[in-house]
Structures are given as C-alpha cells and as structure tokens.
Design a protein around this ligand. Structure first.
Ligand code: GDP
Length: 473
C-alpha cells in the first residue's frame, strides 16, 4: 500500500527494510513513523493527517431520500423471567417454518426472520433486556419495536418495569403481549390496569400502545401479534437504502472450531454480499459466506436481515458495528488503528487503577488487601521518621499503611518506578518531583501528593483509609 501510494515498486520497499535488518512482506503493518522515514528515504514529501482520519467516511454515509426503501422491523422480546419470552420466540419461529421445506432446519444464530402476509419481521433471539442494554451500551441501537411480555396469570413484575424503562429510554415503541392466556387463572384486564401505573396505556384504556392476548403454548394470538408488529412498523415507516455498501451491528460472535470466527450480524443499511471486505470492531475480513438462520448460503443480505458472516480474521464483540470498505489495505489499516486504540485504552485503564489514593483504597477494599502502600520522600530524615510514626498509629485491624520506600531528597524516576511496581502512591514532604519523575508519573498514572504540614498528610491518608478522602485540594 505504501509502495503504491509512492508509486514505487513493493520489492524496493521490502529491500529497504531488509537493509535495515527487517523482514517484511506485502500486507504487513508498519507504524506511521516508519512509514514517514521510508517515504522520505524514497524522496517523497510526507503529509501527516490525524490518525483517526482512517475512519473517515466509514459510517453513516448520507442517503438520498429517493434511494430509501421500506425495510422489515427488528423486534426484541422483553419482560419478566418466566413470563414466556423464550417460549414466545420459539413459538413464532416454529409456526413459520413449513415442515419439510428445503433448508427448513432452523439454526440458532442469535436472530431470525419470519414472514407474515408477504412481509418480513426480524426477531432478536436473545430474550430479555440484558442483550438490549448491552448493545445500547456499545452505542448500537438495533431494536425498532419492543415486545413486552406479561403473563396473564401473574402481574407486572420488577423486570417488566425495567423493560418498560429500557424501551422508553431508547425511544422504542412497545407492543404488549399478554401471554399465557390459555391458563384458567389468566386475567388480561388486570395486566392492562397494572400497566397504567407504569405509563403504558393500551388502546382499550384510551392509549396508543398495541396489546395482544397470546398463548405461546397453544399458539393462540400469534398471528395477531405479528399483524400488530407490522402495523407498528408501518407507523414507524422504517427505511434503508439497499443499493449501497452494507453497514450494521454484530448480534453475537463466536470462534467456531471448524469455521473459524463466526459473527451474526444485522444488516442495517446497504446489502452485504460474499466477497465484501468489512471492518467490524477491531477486526476485519473478506466475507467468505453469508448464511441465514436456516443454514442457507445467500448471495446477498439486504437491510434488517440477520446473517452469519464467515471469513473474519478475528472474533468481534456483540454490539460492534461493521462497515464495508473498498479494499483490504483500508480494512487492515482501520483494524490496526482500532487495535492500537483498544490497547492504549486497556493500558490507560490499567494504569488508572493505581495511583490515586481514592482508587487505591477502593481497590484494596474489593481485593481484601489490608495494606496501603506508600512511597514517602521528605526534606530531612527527621521529618520522614515523624511521618512514619504517625502513619503507624493509624493502622487498624483492617488496614495499615505500608511504607514501601522512604528517604530524604527530591522525588526521582526511581521512586516512580518503585511506586508503579508496588502499586503505591507517592508523597512528597517539603520536596518536589523532578521533571523526569513528573513525566514518568504522569505516564504511569501514579499520583504524587505534596505536603508541608505533617498533620495534613496524616489526615489525608487517614481519610483515604476510611474511604472518605476529600477531593483534591
Ligand atoms: P422466559 O423466562 O420469559 O423466557 O419464560 P419461558 O419461555 O421459559 O416460560 C416460562 C414457563 O412458562 C415455561 O414453563 C413455559 O412452558 C411456560 N409458558 C410460557 N408460555 C406459556 C403459555 O402461553 N401458556 C402456558 N400455559 N405456559 C406457558
């Protein structure tokens, strides 16, 4: 790619690497500094652009209105445990599989599609709001409509209420499925009345929320439920442009022994085809096969269709977004950029966990550790001894200060690396840190606190120990 952009031969670039003692082959990733060095060696002028520019134009390319076509709704089933979410998902799926139909063996891939009156509906196959919130936490909104299942022989329960809150927070319309209507003890009216208290107003109560009485057991009302979904979808006027490169979200992903990384994705816009090169989360791949929930290999997956994608280089995460890119080089570049970003984040998180007194205490509390490690530097040996004695007295049965290192003199890089390896905070009494130490501490996320009054120092440590450290002054 670099050779191409410089209009040089790849072999020359590789030779250059060899001269530097590095074996490289086409497709290997090099960092920006190396690329810059090579480019200038070859007599080219380098213009650095922001690294994040590699992602530019990856998502949300605007569509012209006339390109938008109607797409199937994507539905999630939520509700209290045992109210029949799984049963309902199974019943809807089974009712829609014509027995004996070729390729009619359903596969659980995390989502499925059914047809009603010639129109398709996509169901996310993980019941409950856990999946819903996990996706949203990753910034992916896949659900158009939430089915709220309430058992007619029970009542509105805690998870029913949670589900309502989640749907409302996401701005997703609810359809109420009053389930287990086959039971003699079923009381649908009671459910409707109870829902009023949670601001779900069904039609018969003068509201706009559709409600359907169903039985996952007997299949009663399932047709009506599907019709209600289609009606709601019509109101929502769901659209996407199928005639463009695909974008969407990972519903679930796994590493399959025989097939390698397998991701179930929901195409949200565009059409996904075998041969497409996609970037997904920190991974990329050339799509080797697109397989639907019946195990059929497809030539294309249009908007709202859930499909398994084979051919990825690694396993992405549920909630990761995917997008089609123009070539492998771009895909590699973006994936490498994102992996670097993820690594940096992980390091920052790791580093952030130590250092500050408050964080350290909460860590100690959770880990059950009973020591509070400190590196103490002071102006004179006398004051350090006084501090050590005062801190000694603070110790209780649960927790005590442990002085990892103390000494007279300014705070140096050595102190910082010691603090880093022992997970300690650094305290400077009447001394400062030199520039190198400050930089090292900043990089490692180690907190350095300065004091000139012993009482303040001891008091802060005491408060940190009791988990009540006052904010930084
Ligand atoms: P989930 O926890 O919400 O997924 O609930 P399940 O689908 O696992 O159902 C819980 C229990 O209720 C199971 O024993 C089901 O057989 C039963 N069940 C679900 N739907 C119905 C129904 O419509 N009628 C009756 N009688 N039982 C049902």
């Amino acid at each position: 790619e670099l050779a191409g952009r410089m209009s040089e031969r790849a072999v020359d670039v590789i030779k250059f690497f060899m001269k530097q003692g590095q074996m490289m082959k086409p497709g290997d990733v090099i960092d920006a500094d190396t690329a810059e060095l090579i480019a200038s060696e070859f007599g080219h002028t380098v213009k650095r652009v922001a690294e994040s520019d590699v992602e530019e134009g990856l998502f949300n390319l605007p569509d012209a209105d006339e390109d938008l076509k109607s797409r199937p709704p994507v539905v999630t089933i939520m509700g209290h445990v045992d109210h029949g979410k799984t049963s309902l998902l199974d019943a809807i799926r089974n009712a829609n599989v014509v027995s004996g139909e070729a390729g009619g063996i359903t596969q659980h891939i995390g989502a499925y599609q059914v047809e009603k009156n010639g129109q398709k509906i996509t169901f996310i196959d993980t019941p409950g709001h856990a999946a819903f919130t996990a996706m949203r936490a990753r910034g992916a909104q896949v659900t158009d409509i939430a089915i709220l299942v309430v058992a007619a022989d029970d009542s509105v329960m805690p998870q029913t209420i949670e589900s309502i809150s989640h749907a409302k927070a996401a701005g997703v319309p609810i359809i109420v499925a009053i389930n287990k209507i086959d039971k003699p003890s079923a009381d649908a009216q009671k459910v409707r009345t109870q829902l009023l208290q949670h601001e779900v107003f069904v039609e018969s109560m003068g509201g706009e929320t559709l409600d359907v009485e169903v039985s996952a057991k007997t299949g009663l009302g399932l047709d009506k439920l599907l019709e209600a979904i289609l009606l709601q979808a019509e109101i929502l006027d769901l659209k996407a442009n199928p005639d463009r490169t695909a974008e969407g979200v990972v519903i679930e992903a796994k590493l399959d022994k025989g097939r390698g990384p397998v991701a179930t994705v929901l195409v949200q816009t565009g059409t996904l085809m075998p041969g497409d090169i996609i970037v997904v989360g920190n991974e990329w791949g050339r799509v080797r096969a697109v397989v639907n929930d019946r195990g059929e290999h497809l030539e294309e997956a249009p908007p709202s269709m859930p499909v398994e994608v084979l051919g990825l280089q690694g396993t992405p995460h549920a909630g990761d977004r995917f997008a089609t890119v123009e070539n492998e080089a771009r895909a590699r570049e973006i994936a490498a950029y994102r992996q670097r970003l993820a690594r940096d984040k992980a390091v920052a998180k790791h580093v952030g966990q130590r250092g500050s007194l408050e964080q350290m205490m909460s860590q100690l509390q959770t880990s059950g550790l009973k020591e509070f490690p400190l590196v103490i530097k002071g102006d004179v040996q006398g004051s350090i001894e006084a501090i050590a004695a005062a801190l000694e007295k603070l110790g209780t049965d649960e927790v005590r200060a442990r002085i990892v290192h103390s000494g007279a003199g300014g705070i140096t890089e050595t102190d910082v690396s010691l603090a880093e390896t022992s997970g300690a905070a650094i305290i400077g009494f009447n001394v400062r840190a030199n520039v190198q130490a400050r930089q090292a501490a900043e990089q490692a996320g180690i907190e350095i606190r300065y004091y000139n009054i012993i009482y303040n120092l001891v008091d802060d440590v005491k408060q940190a120990m009791s988990g009540l450290l006052s904010p930084e002054r």
